[in-house]
Design a protein around this ligand. Structure first.
Ligand code: PLP
Length: 449
């Protein structure tokens, strides 16, 4: 399953007989709260290729939901995990000591923006990193109010879901949440919440936070901090305009407020930089990361300015957090990204991806907006380029047709196709996936007119 061979390889129309059998069993035992994109029943993966139980091989533009930045089962990651399991699988770092968690802490502190000294709290997932940040902010500031964005996704546990404002289904029937969260509009220029245009708007969406929110009904001296996705992930791969984050940072500094940068989806090289916030020339006070650190093993991290992480012993901990096997995977992931120059590859292939999508946009009206950084790219599908009416049925059709033809891709926001292949994707494989995508878009666009 290397990048050179002819992919995708479809041997049976999915879902094949084995997939159908697996799905039937799944329907009997697995929680009804999960919602699958399509009937992809995975058996194995290698690099950028994922194979289903019936032998079909798909080009993976999902990376297991932005987790497999170094591809499926990278040999160095597999070897690091295997070796670690022979030595030590668990011993709870919040109670005792072991070496590789310190090594990973040092590495993460090194790649996170800011030359200041940092500390890391390790946990098991993105949502836990956000929970840790919420608790740390409360502890450090003794304040109870938070600011987050509409369209944000920060997780699904009761603290993080209080910040999440992406889809009603994620919140319905779960109230009340952590009190004191104010949501402000995300800088989403294609669908400006204020119906303004950039740059004539002069970044009113940032000033709004100062002039309307903090000056009128959210007293800054009671705010614990603000949570920011540098590129909104689940909200639709939305990229803020130039200058937005520097303006926001100024506002936060004016009131001495902390900025928590949620890089759970955008971090660990996805955008061609270690962290997406680096594209915008601002320094956050702390960064939350998870997904791609462990290449599939559960691990999350809150990487904070030393002076912010001043809570007392016993204030927060986790039995499994920073498990030594996951740390071994994390160290291998960082090494692979460096050795194989994957930040550079993500930048190079990402530019090609964006160009090809922009070319398609000129041909097919249903591609309303194309945006992204590195290999975190979205193509917003609309029913009509002028009215910009979202096309949720169209993205469902496109996604399903891509799947049937061997391209594993999913959506985000209301109707945005999300392109997030492993960072090691080759030009050949990227083009092969984009050829499948374009074929489908052509067909679907033809049926719209
Ligand atoms: C930006 C962001 N934050 C937090 C989370 C939650 O991470 P997890 O699913 O590991 O809890 C996600 C998950 O998609 C995410 O994209």
């Amino acid at each position: 399953m290397s990048g050179k061979a002819q992919y995708p390889k479809m041997v049976v129309m999915p879902p094949g007989p084995k997939a159908r059998e697996l799905i039937r069993a799944d329907e009997s035992y697995i929680s009804k709260s999960v919602l699958r994109w399509y009937s992809l029943a995975v058996e194995s993966g290698s690099g950028c290729i994922v194979r289903d139980v019936d032998g079909n091989e798909y080009i993976d533009f999902n990376s297991g939901l932005a987790v497999l930045n170094v591809g499926h089962c990278h040999p160095k990651v597999v070897s690091a995990i295997t070796e670690q399991t022979k030595k030590l699988i668990h011993y709870s770092y919040t109670d005792f000591y072991y070496q590789n968690i310190v090594d990973l802490g040092r590495q993460l502190a090194g790649i996170t923006p800011g030359a200041f000294s940092k500390r890391v709290f390790f946990c098991n997932s993105g949502t836990e990193a956000i929970e840790a940040a919420m608790k740390l902010l409360k502890w450090h500031t003794r304040n109870g109010l938070f600011i987050a964005y509409t369209g944000a996704f920060h997780g699904r546990t009761l603290g993080s879901v209080s910040l999440t404002a992406s889809k009603p289904v994620q919140r319905r029937h779960f109230f009340p949440f952590v009190p004191g969260v104010t949501h402000v509009p995300y800088p989403y220029c294609y669908r400006c919440p204020f119906r303004l245009s950039y740059p004539e708007c002069e970044l009113w969406c940032a000033d709004f936070i100062d002039e309307e929110v903090l000056s009128k009904y959210v007293p800054p001296e009671n705010v614990a901090g603000m949570f920011v996705e540098p590129i909104q992930g689940e909200g639709g791969y939305v990229v803020p305009p130039d200058g937005y984050f520097t303006r926001l940072r100024k506002i936060l500094d004016k009131y001495d407020l902390v900025m928590i940068d949620d890089e759970v989806q955008s971090g660990i090289g996805r955008t061609g930089k270690w962290f997406a916030i680096e594209h915008f020339n601002v320094l956050p006070d702390a960064v939350c990361a998870a997904k791609a650190i462990g290449s599939g093993l559960p691990i999350g991290a809150l990487i904070s300015k030393d002076e912010l992480m001043d809570w007392e012993g016993g204030a927060h901990a986790s039995t499994f957090g920073g498990n030594p096997v996951a740390c071994a995977a994390g160290l291998a992931v960082i090494e692979v990204i460096r050795e194989e120059r994957l930040l550079e590859n993500a930048t190079r292939q990402g530019a090609h991806l964006l160009n090809r999508l922009k070319e398609m946009q000129r041909k097919y009206e249903i591609l309303g907006d194309v945006r992204g950084k590195g290999l975190m790219v979205g193509a917003e599908i609309v029913k009509d380029a002028d009215t910009k009416e979202p096309g949720p049925e169209l993205v469902r059709e496109i996604t399903m047709k891509c799947f049937k033809r061997g391209l594993a891709i999913v959506t985000s926001g209301k109707s945005t196709m999300r392109f997030a292949p492993p960072l090691l994707i080759t030009r050949e494989l990227l083009d092969a996936g984009l050829d499948v995508f374009e074929g489908v878009v052509k067909e679907v666009a033809g049926s719209v007119k």
